[in-house]
Design a protein around this ligand. Structure first.
Ligand SMILES: [Zn+2]
Ligand SMILES: [Zn+2]
Ligand SMILES: [Zn+2]
Length: 170
């Protein structure tokens, strides 16, 4: 596995307010306390979050946030192409905010960390009788912190991590 993986797309602290404003503007809805808190929670996490996790995080700054508002906001983010969803080890679905331009992901099956892949690992394959238009690549494995906990795997040894961590308790 030689694909470069980078955290480069994640906003640094200085850019977070700008990123939050841009995300809220893209939402195209009136900005309410709960909506702001939900989007801020998504932007502030490097891990996929369940609706319940989003609820408890958002309620810290916006106590009126409801699960219904969480689901409506997630639906809206999906509709504008800014939502990533993927299954977690628990079987729950986790969500993350994504920028709209094409990128694929590496996903830690232990902690749910979502890592954007800097360069697309797919180069248009020739498929007989088919014209491909898009794709989604999710590479499952362990982030370096979880790999270390799992038994001292060298950080960055993605192929070994992926082979060892195929979910078998789903
Ligand atoms: Zn993404
Ligand atoms: Zn992890
Ligand atoms: Zn791709």
């Amino acid at each position: 596995m030689t694909t470069a993986i980078s955290n480069g797309r994640l906003p640094d602290r200085g850019g977070r307010e700008d990123e939050l404003s841009a995300a809220l503007a893209a939402l195209g809805l009136r900005v309410t306390g709960p909506r702001r808190a939900i989007v801020a929670a998504l932007l502030g996490s490097r891990k996929l979050m369940t609706p319940e996790q989003l609820l408890s995080t958002a309620r810290v700054s916006a106590p009126a946030t409801s699960l219904a508002t969480i689901y409506r906001t997630l639906e809206r983010l999906h509709a504008i192409g800014r939502l990533k969803r993927a299954p977690l080890a628990s079987g729950a679905i986790g969500y993350a905010y994504c920028t709209p331009e094409h990128h694929d992901h590496a996903i830690c099956t232990s902690c749910g960390q979502l890592v954007p892949i800097a360069s697309c690992p797919i180069s248009a394959p020739a498929i007989a009788g088919f014209r491909a238009a898009s794709h989604v690549v999710d590479i499952y494995g362990l982030c370096s912190a979880c790999a270390e906990r799992a038994g001292g795997l060298a950080p960055g040894d993605d192929s070994t991590a992926a082979a060892r961590s195929l979910p078998d308790r789903a």
